[in-house]
Design a protein around this ligand. Structure first.
Ligand code: SF4
Ligand code: SF4
Length: 727
């Protein structure tokens, strides 16, 4: 313990010194400044390099070698520095340098709401920074990482940790690399350097990046490889995941609030998420197979990314801004990397909670037999693995926490009380109906409970067996009745997990893709395009065939399963635990609520079909208002792409569509508060004589609109309306 204390007493000042050198390098104005930083970094590297040589084989010879290396680098370095150094600029106090530069450069005026990060103080260093070559920056980054590695190696050896020294060269090299970079000496020192350099540069870095960098430091601190203690691994996985989720929420919210962002920010976001995807995959491999190589490479990648950012920090605001929505591939990569990171995060939490039995319990098919059988087995194994993780309670909890936070943000900006209440219910339903009750309360007999156990219809909880027929039929009866009374919104906008996934601020802000993406455009309006017909037919027919096979297999008439798994259950996993997520991350190419717009969900189709003939519809108080309405905001706000809303309101005063899932964004978006929901509640009020004329209801005062482009003022109690965009 005492030894550990003394080692950290050396490591921490080294981290502080390195962070200070990084700052010096960033603020350097002349080649001499660079030379001094490089010299000090080289000296540190030679010092720790010498220590490693000695500690690997302590002897007089290795001591002489260590001292010799040190001397050569120190002397050579001094000659190099003296060649360039012109005092006193490198030794100016940091505050003096800052003051100097503040007087020399213009103050920028970006703000986070304008799509660039708020820089807080100094602008780009302009000409000065241009003088620094890429080579010198790369050299500083490489030397910092080399220093960390050699210092980590020194302390790993000094603390008596086991390092493999026998075996082939590559085995020893990889093992040493894994042990050193995965150790507390490397990781905690890096965390300290990252946080410290960000602190030292706090006046020089955009504030939003400071938040991101500090969050990155926290995520990295919880590296499970850092401490060799059985309690550390589960604690670090849980806390590191929580920190990463918080960071992702921050990034999503940033994007929601800022459409226009610079190329540097776009690049950093995607690169960071790629590093996180690799990091979570690396921790997964480390926990399952014991190899930390991918994890430590991702740590190095993240460090390179971090240093590159702070060396080019002025570009965060000065590079060209562009709407991130105008780059579908960027959005797709961002979402795909997020998903990969979260997939492995979910798997890790599952392993921590259930133990490694979670993975060994996954049913896998042996890859053997004829070529088609092998292809089938590979497909089966992939979907089985994928679906087990995405269908697991902890993946859903983790995903729910993240997307639920975005729904909370949406509630804060939603105007309609009914939509606010529905969004609250979405969160409650997700955690109680989709996770808590089926996973933790009724997990053993959930298949016997209608509606709760069979939320996605046939296949949800198992085979179409006689013992479950009552629960399955009961499910369709309950969900169908609710859809008749309240519309398909009871499923697609409330009970289904999709409601939480699609209705948070960030995903909802991408509904423009419904009108701009290639496939999205083909799926617009209530019309059943040929693409929709094909997908919906496939979904229904495949479900009916799977249900029939499942039933016949269950009663013993045939003996047919898919590699030992009930066909209807496998189809459920394929549709809802795999394909659904693919469609979700493909929002930039398909639009939002792809499960509805493509018709790929058979339970959704069932409810939407019933709803079409039920009581639910959208109505307007005054169709004439829609005629004169210039914005048609209701159509723009629909996350399902029902752009035929205004036409229907004008022709009939109401809107009915099998695709309408009653999200209600159109109601909130109407600048005239002209639109309202009609369902069994309105119907009953009409029957008992209350609220028989919605147009007579007093209107609430509203200023502004959501999702619209014009500015409106609507006065209470009358139809009087002032629209700044219309005379
Ligand atoms: S279509 Fe299906 S998956 Fe999509 S929201 Fe409706 S029930 Fe959920
Ligand atoms: S935004 Fe309102 S007024 Fe305009 S078309 Fe839609 S429902 Fe009618």
């Amino acid at each position: 313990m005492l030894q550990l204390f003394w080692l950290w007493a050396i490591a921490l000042p080294m981290a502080i010194l390195t962070a200070w050198l990084v700052k010096r390098s960033i603020l350097a104005k002349t080649p001499a400044d660079d030379a001094l930083v490089l010299y000090l970094l080289v000296t540190m590297a030679s010092m720790f390099g010498g220590a490693v040589i000695y500690l690997l084989a302590p002897s007089v010879t290795s001591l002489v070698e260590a001292v010799g290396i040190n001397t050569i680098f120190m002397m050579g370095g001094i000659i190099f520095v003296l060649r360039y150094w012109e005092p006193p600029s490198p030794f100016l106090l940091a505050s003096e340098v800052s003051r100097d530069e503040e007087t020399e450069v213009a103050e920028p005026a970006p703000s986070s709401r304008s799509g660039t990060f708020d820089t807080g103080s100094k602008a780009s260093l302009g000409e000065t920074e241009k003088q620094h070559t890429i080579v010198s920056r790369a050299a500083v980054i490489a030397l910092v990482l080399l220093n960390e590695f050699l210092m980590g190696w020194t302390f790993v050896l000094a603390s008596g940790s086991t390092v493999i020294t026998t075996g082939s060269f590559s085995q020893v090299a990889i093992s040493t690399f894994d042990t050193v970079v995965g150790s507390q000496w490397f990781i905690f020192t890096m965390v300290a350097e990252m946080a410290l350099s960000a602190y030292l540069l706090r006046n020089d870095l955009p504030r939003n990046f400071l938040v991101i960098i500090l969050s990155q430091s926290i995520v990295m601190f919880f590296a499970p490889t850092a401490i060799n203690n059985p309690s550390w691994v589960p604690a670090s996985v849980a806390l590191g995941s929580a920190a990463m989720i918080a960071l992702l929420i921050y990034m999503y919210e940033y994007l929601f609030k800022n459409r226009m962002i610079t190329r540097t920010i776009r690049g950093y976001f995607v690169a960071l998420l790629t590093a996180y995807a690799l990091m979570m995959a690396g921790i997964f491999i480390w926990m399952v197979q014991g190899s930390a190589l991918l994890f430590v490479l991702s740590i190095l990648g993240e460090m390179v990314l971090y240093f590159s950012l702070i060396f080019t920090r002025s570009n965060t605001n000065s590079s060209k801004t562009r709407s991130w929505m105008s780059d579908p591939w960027w959005v797709f990569t961002f979402m795909a990397m997020t998903f990969i990171a979260e997939f492995f995060m979910g798997a890790l939490i599952d392993i921590v909670y259930y133990g490694k039995g979670f993975l060994s319990g996954i049913s896998l098919a042996p890859i053997a037999g004829s070529i088609p059988t092998q292809i089938g087995a590979i497909f089966y194994d992939f979907i089985s693995y994928f679906g087990t993780v995405t269908g697991s309670s902890w993946f859903l909890i983790m995903m729910g926490a993240e997307m639920g936070a975005l729904v909370v943000f949406k509630i804060r900006i939603t105007r309609e009380l009914e939509t606010k209440i529905r969004l609250v219910l979405v969160i409650v339903a997700y955690f109680i109906y989709s996770i808590f009750l089926p996973s933790f309360v009724f997990s053993s007999n959930v298949a016997k409970i209608p509606f709760l156990g069979w939320s996605m219809g046939v296949g949800t909880a198992g085979a179409v067996a006689p013992v479950f027929l009552g629960a399955i039929l009961g499910t369709y009866l309950i969900t169908g009745s609710l859809s008749f009374l309240f519309g398909a919104r009871q499923t697609c906008s409330l009970f289904c997990t999709a409601a939480l996934m699609y209705q948070g601020t960030f995903p909802d802000s991408m509904k423009e893709f419904n009108r701009t993406s290639k496939f999205g455009k083909k799926l617009l309006t209530s019309r059943m395009s040929s693409l929709y017909k094909i997908v919906a037919t496939l979904a229904i027919v495949s479900m009916i065939i799977a249900a029939t096979i499942s039933y016949l297999n269950s009663v013993g008439i045939i003996n047919f399963t898919f590699f030992g798994t009930d066909v209807s259950y496998f189809l459920y996993v394929f549709y809802f635990n795999f394909l659904w997520y693919i469609i979700f991350i493909s929002i930039p190419f398909v639009g939002t609520y792809g499960c509805v717009t493509t018709g790929m969900c058979h339970i959704g189709l069932f409810n939407q079909f019933v709803s079409r003939f039920g009581l639910f519809k959208l109505k307007v108080k005054d169709p004439q208002q829609c005629v004169s309405c210039a914005t048609k905001d209701c159509a723009k706000a629909c996350p399902v792409g029902l752009t035929d809303l205004p036409g229907s309101f004008i022709s009939s005063g109401q809107f009915r569509s099998h695709k309408c899932i009653g999200v209600g964004d159109c109601v909130s978006a109407c600048p005239y508060q002209n639109e309202y929901f009609y369902d069994v509640r309105t119907w009953l009020r009409e029957k008992i004589g209350r609220g028989k004329n919605e147009t007579q209801l007093p209107r609430l005062p509203v200023i502004g609109n959501i999702g619209g482009s014009a500015s409106f003022q609507i006065r209470s109690g009358t139809d009087e309306l002032k629209d700044s965009s219309h005379p």
